[in-house]
Design a binder for this molecule. Structure first.
Ligand code: PLP
Length: 478
């Protein structure tokens, strides 16, 4: 497929641009060379983007069981509220933005209620950004309480990959501890790991095996008794929201992914929102300004020098917060736990249908996702997790997450969204079973799947190592 630049024909144009409403610059201010812009008609542009849209796969195309990523249905009403001019066209420095302050205040109130926290910042632009913010709170806490030597963060091996990365980014030393047989944190190993240099622990829960750690209260107790703080990776709160509150199980701070659990669309790089909630003793360290309510009026409360400072401009990706709040209001108090129940039900239903044919890593009940291992199949038939994932594309299914978590060989991580119907899950199970039959009968045929996609197997190594991100013009130095 040609790029817009390759389709460009000198002098061709369309008339969809509105009239210029800013003063034109003087010749002295003009650039010397003309800007290389593609010159196209409106039809060319429409066809180009329609063709691109046909080559992708999104939640509106079909089943999208991408584990850990929570590819939610994105309610269309979210887009409507987020495009109301009072939200979409406001500037953060504008006065009389009461409705926007109310959105931030209400979202904070609801999300604190759901997580069991006392205060929240909406500055972080994504989950990993939230992790870093939360860790900065922990660091600040120890520094201001006379314990700068607490510089180690304990991260179980079943954590999401961003947890150790964020800890390292924040200047902490990462202490990795292995899981016990049952996939939960090994309490003995945790007891050995904590000490006077422990800053805290980061727990991804449910963990990357889709398991809710049954010892969660014991874990936070061990860390607290050693003087550390407890961080909850709540990116996948959709599995527990409205059922368990991390704040009630001993956690001091948490981040949420509004672009996963709270239905804002994601993929393609954003925009995301990773608000960080904390208990009141950490509140003074939060970044940004906090919205407070007094007699029905909203105002910003300045922070003092204890704050970690701004980690992003203003209030983060505000419109993502508008979408998440819309979703919460639509769900209501009864709807929030229903999401969690259905997420767990759907995952267990699909897991049950695949058991016996696929090796599941989670033997008992899973939470919102489960992990398959294709290790045996690879040994016997040479068919890999990648081959199975690619073959699923021919069945109209987006591949599950591949080769993650890292502690499982030939892993496929499956998360069926809670809004999927029984019919869709049944069809998906049929597709998984069909692909496995083909893998056993015709293993050779699996290596060049998918056969019906616009692109079959891109060269991922070259794409990652030598990405071509801009068009090269003939008259331009390289
Ligand atoms: C997705 C995810 C993250 C990271 O979130 P980003 O928005 O991609 O930075 C962290 N932890 C868990 C458990 C996740 O699923």
């Amino acid at each position: 497929m040609k790029t817009l630049f390759e389709r460009s024909v000198s002098g061709r144009h369309c008339t969809i641009l509105p009239a210029c409403d800013v003063p034109e610059v003087t010749p002295a201010e003009q650039r010397e060379e003309a800007l290389h812009l593609p010159e196209l008609s409106e039809t060319d542009i429409s066809r180009h983007y329609t063709e691109l849209a046909k080559q992708t796969f999104g939640v509106n195309d079909g089943f999208y069981p991408l584990g850990s990523c929570t590819m939610k249905y994105n309610p269309k009403i979210n887009e409507e509220t987020a495009s109301l001019p009072g939200f979409a066209q406001i500037h953060p420095l504008q006065d009389h933005a009461d409705s926007c302050l109310e959105v931030l205040h209400l979202a904070e109130t609801y999300l604190c209620e759901i997580t069991g926290m006392d205060a929240m910042t909406f500055q972080p632009a994504a989950g990993a950004h939230g992790e870093m913010t939360g860790l900065m709170l922990i660091k600040r806490y120890h520094e201001l309480n006379g314990h700068p030597e607490r510089n180690k963060i304990i991260v179980p091996d079943s954590a999401h990959g961003t947890n150790p990365a964020s800890s390292a980014m924040c200047g902490f030393t990462v202490i990795n501890i292995p899981s016990a047989e049952d996939g939960c944190v090994d309490l003995e190993k945790l007891r050995e790991a904590v000490g006077e240099d422990t800053a805290g622990l980061m727990l991804t829960n449910p963990n990357t095996l889709g398991i809710f750690d049954k010892n969660i209260k014991e874990i936070t107790k061990i860390v607290h008794e050693a003087g550390g703080l407890c961080y909850y990776d709540g990116a996948n709160l959709n599995a527990v929201m409205g059922v368990v509150r991390p704040g009630d199980t001993g956690f001091d701070c948490i981040h949420l992914n509004l672009h996963k659990s709270f239905s804002a669309p994601h993929g393609g790089g954003g925009p995301g929102s990773g608000p960080v909630g904390c208990k009141s003793f950490l509140e003074p360290y939060l970044p940004g300004e906090r919205v407070i309510e007094k007699d029905g009026a909203y105002a910003f409360e300045e922070r003092d020098e204890r704050s970690i400072g701004s980690i992003r401009s203003f209030h983060g990706n505000f419109l993502v917060v508008v979408k998440a709040l819309t979703y919460l209001i639509m769900l209501g108090k009864e709807g929030v736990p229903e999401v969690a129940h259905n997420a767990v039900l759907n995952a267990n239903y699909l897991k049950h249908k695949l058991e016996g044919v696929y090796d599941t890593v989670n033997k008992g009940v899973c939470m919102h996702e489960f992990v398959l291992t294709l290790e045996e199949l690879k040994k016997e038939n040479g068919v890999s997790a990648m081959d199975i994932a690619k073959a699923l594309q021919d069945e109209g299914i987006h591949p599950p997450t591949m080769y993650f978590p890292l502690n499982v060989h030939e892993a496929l991580m499956v998360e069926p969204t809670e809004t999927e119907s029984k019919e869709t899950l049944d069809q998906a199970a049929e597709a998984f079973l069909k692909v496995m039959r083909e893998a056993k009968e015709n293993p050779e045929q699996m290596h060049d799947t998918p056969h019906h996609s616009p692109i079959s197997r891109p060269d991922e190594v070259t794409a990652a190592r030598h990405p071509v991100l801009r068009h090269h013009f003939d008259d331009q130095a390289s």
